[in-house]
Write a protein that binds this ligand. Structure first.
Ligand SMILES: Nc1ncnc2c1ncn2[C@@H]1O[C@H](COP(=O)(O)OP(=O)(O)OP(=O)(O)O)[C@@H](O)[C@H]1O
Length: 244
């Protein structure tokens, strides 16, 4: 294995997926992903951009086994990959305290109470929240605090890869900037790979090293942020950049 292969975190190979559609009583397959191919290396933050409906969330669901592809492969080279969702309010269990939510991934692994407590306190520091929130429930937190907790919960099992599906689009602009900074800092500190789904090209250019541009379930262009943003090659990328 060469060094690049050793550093692979995620491989998506020739992925085709879709949904069944009922029309006039007949069931037909609607293709959403039409041969998606890309890889992610250790420590890389990769943005996935494309218009609404192009298949970004379907790809996310395939990566986490929530949608079964018709063909192709998703190969995780790391254990315990995690997903961070757009809406932190629905992602957090309203019945439980923040302490419970952060401890839960460790509890299911059978990690003893004392270690769970230490790791929750360590995580609080990483997500820049104070101890007083631990005994509160999600409905008493601000949107930004809730998204910090969601990110913290995703990181409790120390994954090397997380997928964040529009993690800041439900937040105010100033809070968006804080959460993006947090993701960037955590990415650097933990050598975390992040697949970051966003319709906001600006956000991707701030946070990511590399960009994948998706149109109709196809990656039509990929490259470093500088390559894709400064010298877009594909007409669809040019169009996306022109709209911004
Ligand atoms: N569970 C489902 N059943 C049937 N069709 C679906 C389902 N989920 C998504 N689709 C369809 O698949 C297509 C791609 O949707 P998807 O949510 O992957 O797009 P997206 O790029 O994430 O869009 P957005 O940016 O608006 O979230 C759309 O036409 C959508 O209507």
């Amino acid at each position: 294995m060469d060094e690049m292969e050793q550093n692979l975190v995620l491989e998506v190979r020739q992925l085709f997926a879709g949904y069944e559609e009922k029309r006039r009583g007949k069931t037909a397959k609607m293709g959403v992903l039409n041969g998606v191919d890309f890889i992610i290396h250790a420590g890389e933050r990769v943005g996935l951009v494309g218009e609404s409906g192009c298949g970004k969330s379907t790809l996310a669901k395939c990566i986490f086994g929530m949608v079964t592809p018709q063909s192709g492969e998703v190969i995780h080279h790391t254990t315990a990959p995690q997903m961070v969702f757009q809406d932190p309010f629905t992602a957090l269990n309203p019945a439980h305290t923040i302490r419970w939510t952060l401890e839960e991934p460790l509890r299911v692994q059978g990690i003893p109470k004392a270690e769970r407590e230490t790791r929750v306190l360590e995580m609080l520091e990483k997500i820049e929240l104070t101890e007083d929130i631990l005994d509160r429930k999600p409905d008493t937190l601000s949107g930004g605090q809730r998204q910090r907790v969601s990110i913290g919960a995703a990181l409790m099992q120390r994954p090397q890869f997380i997928l964040a599906d529009e993690p800041v689009s439900a937040l105010d602009v100033t809070i968006q900037a804080q959460i993006l900074k947090l993701l960037e800092d955590l990415g650097e500190e933990l050598n975390l790979s992040i697949l970051f789904i966003s319709h906001d090209l600006n956000v991707v250019s701030q946070l990511c090293h590399r960009v994948l541009v998706m149109e109709h379930g196809h990656i039509v262009e990929q490259g470093t942020v500088a390559q894709v943003f400064d010298h877009p090659q594909h007409p669809y990328t040019k169009q996306l950049l022109a709209v911004e």
